[in-house]
Design a protein around this ligand. Structure first.
Ligand SMILES: NC(=O)c1ccc[n+]([C@@H]2O[C@H](COP(=O)([O-])OP(=O)(O)OC[C@H]3O[C@@H](n4cnc5c(N)ncnc54)[C@H](O)[C@@H]3O)[C@@H](O)[C@H]2O)c1
Length: 553
């Protein structure tokens, strides 16, 4: 009998096991791809290889595969190439069945992938990187991480470019000399010209190729959610090339595959400019979120509702992008991108004065990374006001993902809340309509990679591998003592306090992390004998006092 847990299988999130290919499978797989490419070439299609079919690469590959020329004919044949690792090999098999390897709230993701793989047959996936030999263009969508070594101290972290460097080495060994290589991965500024290009140049030199590699950069602005596909295809792009030829090629390619008619392309002189654009725009976003953390605490301590303050400010068109920071700023990009910039300044660009230059971006990331800890304090205080203790309290956290109405849990503030409260002795339950498995807990020993789980910053985390995401809200609420509304998913916006009380069975503490509760709802919870606390909402105290006064009369 085969051991399904052995490293010879890759298991999909739904639990399906796929045997990892053996050495002898590679030649046959290459023949399969070569035959498909020969067919595509006879139809004058350009051959595009997308390296890495994760959150970005899988959808980008399908968008490219959906491209038509001016006569309305499919003009690209796309090969999604993925390492056959235990963690990721399943993505190839799933894609080749016409299914999306990423779970998305946007119905267009599944439709697009099914159409390109099964109907138009313009998209296939493979584990054999020899497919690079056949490419006219290679799009790189592998990850480039920034690992933090201490909680709330971004400066001690470091960029992890291993996957990107390995990918560039493979590409350099295999591509044709005139193949365009387009890095879409968010990288530390300087990476394209000073890390990736030299790798390609060296590989070309070893192969005796005298021309210079055609390398370009154009970062992704994809937003997981209902507009997933549109956020790649129908969105403004920035690009650049390491040389004039690469710049011309990348412009042409992006005009062909994206909707640049409605969303014009910005072409920059050098890759370091487009790389910096990505890092600065995400650092800007991280900074405006972190900036409100201090005003959120000010509001809590001085009877002010920050939600109303923000809504009042937003009336000014010049300030309309001010946003309330929830319990931490998750998603894959905002917590790491500023770190890549800070790190690059020293380690790629060679400056020693990073600490005197970088103050705001680094502080912003540290504030965002630790804001969630305050939610645990509010939960403790709310329970204390009811004469209860956090230790052994049954606490339900509603919302595991990092933003509303998506299932992406990467670096969500909710994870920090669960970890901190667990350390304080609470018994945690979790509900989320969009998340089936919260791998940051279920697989905390190996996810996001061994030794990188946030569990290492807290005590008493072992049992959290048993945390399962509950789907039925009424039964999830049964018998709880505290409810944390961590994410404004639609399902949580109009909860009726009387229903919540009925399902819970007793008055509970409610902690609102995102300005979800209206004043009338807060009032009703107090009338029912509940306690309410919220991030940035100091006016709750006066609602409570008003109810108490009325009750005494
Ligand atoms: N996810 C987002 O919301 C988002 C938004 C904007 C930009 N980005 C950027 O896009 C890039 C990719 O992010 P993602 O979310 O798709 O990451 P991901 O981890 O989902 O996908 C990366 C994929 O690359 C594969 N890979 C790694 N090394 C490889 C190799 N040598 N050959 C082939 N495949 C390899 C991995 O197995 C994985 O499947 C990152 O730089 C990220 O910052 C992501």
């Amino acid at each position: 009998m085969t051991d399904k847990n052995s490293s010879t299988f890759s298991t999909s999130p739904s639990g399906e096991n796929f045997p990892i290919p053996a050495k002898e499978d590679y030649a046959k797989e290459y023949q399969r791809i070569e035959t498909l490419v020969a067919g595509a070439r006879s139809e004058k299609k350009e051959i595009v290889v997308v390296m890495g079919v994760g959150f970005v690469g899988a959808v980008m590959a399908a968008i490219v595969a959906d491209t038509k020329d001016e006569q309305g004919n499919d003009s690209k044949f796309v090969i999604g190439c993925q390492r056959p690792s235990v963690r990721s090999y399943w993505k190839i098999q799933v894609l080749n069945r016409g299914e999306s390897p990423v779970k998305a709230e946007d119905p267009e993701v599944d439709q697009l992938i099914t159409r390109c793989v099964l109907d138009k047959k313009t998209l296939v996936a493979t584990y054999n990187s020899d497919c690079l030999k056949l490419a006219d263009c290679v799009v790189v969508d592998v990850q480039c991480d920034f690992s933090k070594n201490d909680m709330g101290k971004m400066k001690t972290g470091e960029a992890d470019m291993a996957a990107l460097e390995a990918t560039m080495r493979i590409i350099g060994k295999k591509i044709k000399p005139d193949c365009l290589v387009l890095i879409e991965t968010t990288v530390a500024p300087g990476t394209t010209e000073f890390v990736a290009w030299p790798i390609l140049k060296k590989a070309f030199a070893v192969r005796g190729i005298s021309t210079q590699p055609l390398l370009a950069h154009s970062f992704e602005r994809v937003m997981p959610g209902r507009q997933y596909v549109a956020s790649i295809r129908d969105f403004w792009r920035v690009c650049s090339g390491c040389c004039n030829d690469a710049r011309k090629r990348v412009e042409k390619f992006l005009h062909e595959v994206l909707n640049t008619k409605d969303f014009p392309l910005t072409v920059m002189d050098r890759p370091i400019e487009s790389e910096t654009t990505k890092i600065v725009e995400n650092s800007y976003r991280a900074t405006i979120l972190a900036f409100l953390n201090e005003w959120s605490l000010f509001a809590e301590r001085n009877g002010v509702d920050l939600i109303k303050v923000i809504n009042a400010i937003k009336m000014r068109p010049t300030h309309s992008n001010i946003i309330f920071p929830g319990p931490g700023i998750g998603g894959y990009c905002l917590p790491k991108d500023g770190g890549l910039g800070y790190w690059a300044y020293r380690h790629i660009l060679g400056f020693e004065d990073g600490d005197s230059i970088f103050k705001i971006t680094t502080t912003a990331i540290d504030i965002n990374d630790t804001r969630a800890l305050h939610v645990a304090e509010l939960t403790r205080d709310a329970l204390r006001n009811m004469g209860r203790y956090i230790a052994a309290a049954e606490v339900l956290l509603c919302g595991a993902s990092y933003r509303q109405d998506v299932g992406d849990t990467r670096y969500s503030g909710s994870e920090m809340v669960v970890r901190k409260l667990t350390q304080m002795g609470a018994e945690m339950r979790v509900h989320d309509p969009y998340v089936d498995h919260w791998y940051e807990f279920e697989k905390q020993d190996e996810y996001p990679s061994p030794g990188h789980s946030w569990s290492r910053f807290f005590r008493n985390q072992d049992e959290l591998t048993n945390l399962r995401v509950l789907k039925d809200l009424p039964s999830a609420l049964k018998g709880i003592e505290a409810l944390i509304l961590a994410v404004p998913h639609s399902q949580y916006l109009n909860l009726n306090p009387d229903d919540v009380m009925k399902w819970a069975g007793n008055p509970i503490a409610i902690i609102d992390c995102f300005g979800i509760l209206t004043d009338d709802v807060i009032k009703r919870y107090f009338e029912l004998g509940c306690e309410v606390k919220a991030l940035g909402r100091g006016h709750i105290q006066s609602i409570k006092e008003e109810i108490r006064k009325t009750a005494k009369q």
